[in-house]
Design a protein around this ligand. Structure first.
Ligand code: NAD
Length: 284
């Protein structure tokens, strides 16, 4: 069964204490869901809970500190959701880090940080929560935040980010039919520029992946970036995500501003593709 409304549903939103995740959490609470915010940062959690305090939905929100790259901690969080709520109905794999830097300076610490959070965290969400979402038999939905960076050829310095987000996209596309058989819907959120704290990647990097990083200078520079006035409000993204869940949309795309780049990338792949007769010879 796909999600038909949010009343009485339990949603687990990673990276839910800031930016897009907080926007999604707010909209789901407004629509009657119980939301558990799971986030790495205690300061973000405190700030997020303060935003709900005193509001009509304040009882519907709780938070736990979780590093999505920790498989043990994720398994514990899932067990807690099972014990407290009889399992979750909606998983939002949204935690991510916006790392950037020149590829010739990248070290394994940078690869491990970017891929660890942006795709590893998503996989940990699927692996930790799918068993309970299937076992409780109520059906459900999983939204994972990729990026429009996954759909275009990105400018320099964003290779690790773009590759990690492309992995999220292709993974979700590929599992959707199998999970549909279990009553679990799958959506991929592809945001353009959204107001958030994504420039603070440096603060989300664990100590052991700071040592030896080649991106320290770029991350310092990124941390000084100013959030654009014209960027989209996270709550607007939250509304799009809520609609996408109800419609079981595969893609939830926030902006049309990169459409020409998206088209150019797809066209370049098609242009390099042999005619159909070739594949027929191979018996595909
Ligand atoms: N803001 C944009 O313009 C934009 C565009 C495209 C995609 N995205 C994606 O949207 C998602 C949300 O980012 P945002 O822009 O709202 O940034 P944000 O930094 O405001 O929010 C991300 C949250 O994730 C948390 N987080 C980081 N690492 C974590 C970890 N290991 N475990 C648990 N929580 C962790 C952070 O503490 C933060 O609260 C990310 O996946 C990001 O890549 C953002």
């Amino acid at each position: 069964m796909h999600i038909k409304d949010f009343a009485g549903k339990t949603a687990f939103v990673t990276g839910g204490a800031s930016g897009i995740g907080l926007g999604i959490a707010k909209v789901l609470v407004e629509r009657g869901a119980r939301v558990v915010i799971a986030d790495l940062r205690a300061d973000h959690i405190e700030n997020a809970l303060a935003q709900f305090a005193g509001g009509t939905g304040s009882n519907a929100v709780s938070a736990l500190q979780l590093d999505v790259t920790s498989r043990d901690a994720y398994a514990e969080a899932a067990a807690k959701m099972q014990a407290d709520f009889g399992g979750i109905d909606i998983l939002v794999n949204n935690a991510g880090v916006g790392l950037e830097g020149p590829i010739l300076k990248a070290t394994y610490a940078d690869y491990d940080f970017g891929f660890g959070v942006n795709i590893g965290g998503v996989i940990n969400g699927f692996v930790s929560f799918l068993p309970q979402m299937i076992a409780h038999g109520r059906g459900g939905h999983i939204v994972s935040t990729a990026s429009l960076a996954a759909e275009v050829v990105m400018p320099p310095h964003l290779a690790i980010y773009a590759a990690s987000k492309a992995a999220v996209c292709h993974y979700c596309e590929a599992v959707k039919p199998e999970l549909a058989e279990q009553g679990i819907g799958v959506s991929i959120l592809l945001p353009g520029p959204i107001k958030s704290n994504i420039h603070q990647a440096i603060q989300n990097r664990p100590e052991h992946l700071r040592a030896g990083s080649g991106f320290a200078e770029s991350e310092q520079k990124l941390s000084e970036r100013v959030v654009g006035d014209t960027w989209m409000e996270p709550e607007e993204v939250g509304e799009m995500v809520a609609r996408g869940i109800l419609e079981n949309s595969t893609y939830i795309v926030t902006h049309g501003i990169f459409k020409d780049w998206q088209r150019a990338r797809s066209q370049a792949v098609l242009d390099a593709t042999p005619d159909v007769e070739n594949s027929a010879v191979r018996g595909i």
